[in-house]
Design a protein around this ligand. Structure first.
Ligand code: ADP
Ligand code: MG
Length: 408
């Protein structure tokens, strides 16, 4: 996937002499040293990363770690002290004010904040229109666009309501709608759901994911909440003291936290809610093919010391599970025959999950499931890996490194 945003060695110093602070940073001074010695504040310290087109990229970290500053640098609401920001290949740090205005209009949706400025004396519709109004879009056009977006965020019927009549969740939808109404490809969201109570918050997160399926924006989402970061982010950048300390998918961060700061976040969360079957599956040691004779299959089972084996066609499409003891019994019954026919009654319905199935769901299924590993497949039922019971338990405890030797 192509890069939408590329950030190179970006820093932001709040203070009178950024050059002096940057020099001290390069000499190894810390953010605290510089605050003490120079009374200058380091907002962002030498970060580099890229965001792919249509990605939800989350900035996560404790309060004061530099998330908001970094996000605002990306549309130059803050001027960088050093570094470059490329959007679709254009270095926006080089644009003059007029070019920047044009560029923002083309690329940036409205920003969505925790307590975004809802205008109390304007209706929902008028609030959603506000960003377009500022852009000078004519009335009929902005009405039409705003009504469309209001429908998309689920506020249809509330166009004429005033903010005082709306719940917190609905207000946040107004904010979201105002941001989305501006027809651009990058959306910046700063703690947009942090003020909502947990149930509504989860609901808004799900709706954002659904919206994203349809709207296909590139989203930079700031949060201090790891669960939220993992639920929303295709990738997450974890920040501390103005630096990015780790970038990765939820699975990567959970299984290999880069340092103690990240570890402390990860230990705090419910791992089973974010780990997926794909993250903990193992390669398939051996499988039976449709067309293999019973003796061939039993040989494969024995050779790998398995208690059973998954059956696929030659295209790897999952067909079933064969239990070793049943197969051995069957062969024994027919042992005088030279060519034992394969009997379909040997084939059991396999326990099947998808790569993106959450571990918590796999655990729920485990109690109903009598024998064999879980077959992990893609949506076309092609076998991608297996999960054995031990792997689930291991994944839920400390950092988990899959190994290929567990019994399948
Ligand atoms: N306008 C500003 N002037 C001075 N310091 C600032 C300003 N904005 C942010 N900071 C400082 O920069 C650091 C990062 O802040 P911020 O980006 O708001 O963190 P976060 O969003 O992660 O809570 C903090 O130490 C903060 O005090
Ligand atoms: Mg902030």
């Amino acid at each position: 996937m192509e890069d939408k945003i590329v950030v190179k060695n970006l820093s932001k110093v709040f203070g009178k002499d950024p050059g002096k602070a940057l020099k001290a940073l390069k000499e190894g001074k810390s953010k605290a040293d510089i605050l003490r010695d120079q009374k200058q504040m380091i907002g962002v310290n030498d970060v580099s990363f890229s965001v792919k087109k249509n990605e939800i990229f989350v900035l996560m970290g404790l309060s004061g770690s530099g998330k908001s500053t970094l996000q605002r640098l990306i549309n130059r609401l803050h001027e960088p002290s050093e570094g470059d920001i490329y959007i679709d290949g254009t270095d926006i740090t080089k644009l003059n004010q007029k070019e920047l205005r044009e560029f923002r209009r083309k690329h940036f949706c409205g920003m969505v904040f925790q307590n975004f400025a809802v205008l109390p004396h304007r209706t929902v519709l008028e609030n959603v229109e506000f960003g377009l109004e500022l852009q000078g879009v004519d009335k009929d056009k902005r009405r039409k666009k705003s009504r469309e977006i209001i429908k998309i965020v689920g506020l249809e019927g509330n166009e004429g309501s005033y903010p005082a009549e709306l719940s917190g969740g609905m207000l946040q939808r107004v904010g979201l709608a105002r941001g989305l109404a501006i027809d651009a490809d990058i959306m910046l969201m700063d703690e947009a759901f942090s003020a909502l109570d947990p149930l509504i918050r989860t609901q808004m997160q799900n709706e954002l994911l659904e919206l994203q399926e349809r709207m296909q924006k590139t989203i930079i989402f700031v949060t201090h909440d790891l669960d939220e970061a993992f639920r929303l982010g295709n990738r997450i950048a974890i920040m501390n003291d103005g630096k990015i300390v780790q970038i990765g998918t939820a699975e990567e961060i959970i299984s290999r936290p880069a340092n103690d700061y990240v570890k402390a976040f990860v230990e705090d969360m419910d791992r089973s809610a974010v780990l997926t079957a794909g993250a903990i599956m193992q390669p398939v040691a051996e499988r039976a093919f449709t067309g293999d004779g019973p003796r061939t299959i039993l040989r494969k089972v024995r050779k790998n010391g398995l208690s059973g084996i998954l059956l696929t066609d030659t295209k790897m499409v999952l067909k079933g599970y064969i239990r070793a003891e049943e197969l051995a019994e069957y062969i024994k019954m027919h042992q005088d025959k030279e060519d034992i026919p394969f009997d379909s009654s040997l084939v059991h319905e396999p326990a099947q999950v998808y790569e993106d199935t959450q571990i918590s769901e796999v655990i729920n299924m485990y109690t109903d499931h009598k024998f064999g590993p879980f077959a992990v497949t893609d949506r076309d039922n092609k076998l991608k890996g297996v999960i054995v019971k031990g792997a689930i338990i291991a994944a839920l405890s400390e950092s988990y490194v899959p190994n290929n030797h567990d019994e399948q």
